[in-house]
Write a new protein. Structure first.
Length: 169
């Protein structure tokens, strides 16, 4: 029977985070990296951005609960998104103390494209000199694992864009 050690999961998570960040930044391939307002955001702010894409009109508390990020970090990230013109914040009409967050209509397409960046090539580079079959197996396992662990995320970034468009009008 195989056993996964807790520390190995933590290390794997950190390594996958770095790989994901490289993919989000264009893979450090020296190619034509798409310049978007989100391109310079830290990973946590990108997580918040994707959550807001999936759940427009959410409160900071709701985003915090779904992402698992600290509330202070979510608030800071939302402010960064607002300053970059990616998100807009409004007081909740039912409770003026709550702040509701949604992406700006002009940014929905860019956010969905940015969130849906393909990480396959960066993952292939990280795995090193291995057979294409091994790379495909790793991508398959990671995709299935991400799908199973993605709690209430609304699915892929592209399906989140469709849902956001439907909710917005």
């Amino acid at each position: 029977m195989l056993v996964v050690e807790a520390l190995d999961l933590i290390i794997l998570g950190r390594q996958l985070t770095r790989i994901g960040e490289r993919a989000m930044r264009g893979g450090d391939l020296g190619g034509d990296e798409e310049t978007t307002p989100a391109a310079t955001l830290p990973a946590g702010a990108l997580i918040v951005m994707r959550d807001v894409l999936a759940h427009p009109g959410s409160s900071i508390t709701d985003i915090t609960a779904r992402t698992g990020l600290p509330q202070s970090y979510v608030s800071e990230s939302v402010n960064k998104l607002r300053v970059k013109g990616i998100a807009e914040i409004n007081a909740d009409p039912a409770d003026r103390r709550r702040t509701l967050v949604r992406l700006t209509p002009g940014q929905l397409d860019q956010v969905a494209r940015h969130s849906a960046r393909d990480a396959d090539e960066v993952l292939r580079q990280a795995l090193g000199d291995v057979d294409d079959v091994v790379v495909l197996q790793a991508i398959t396992v990671l995709t299935e694992l991400a799908d199973r662990l993605r709690a209430e995320s609304g699915g892929s970034a592209l399906s989140q864009l469709a849902a956001a468009r439907t909710a917005g009008g």
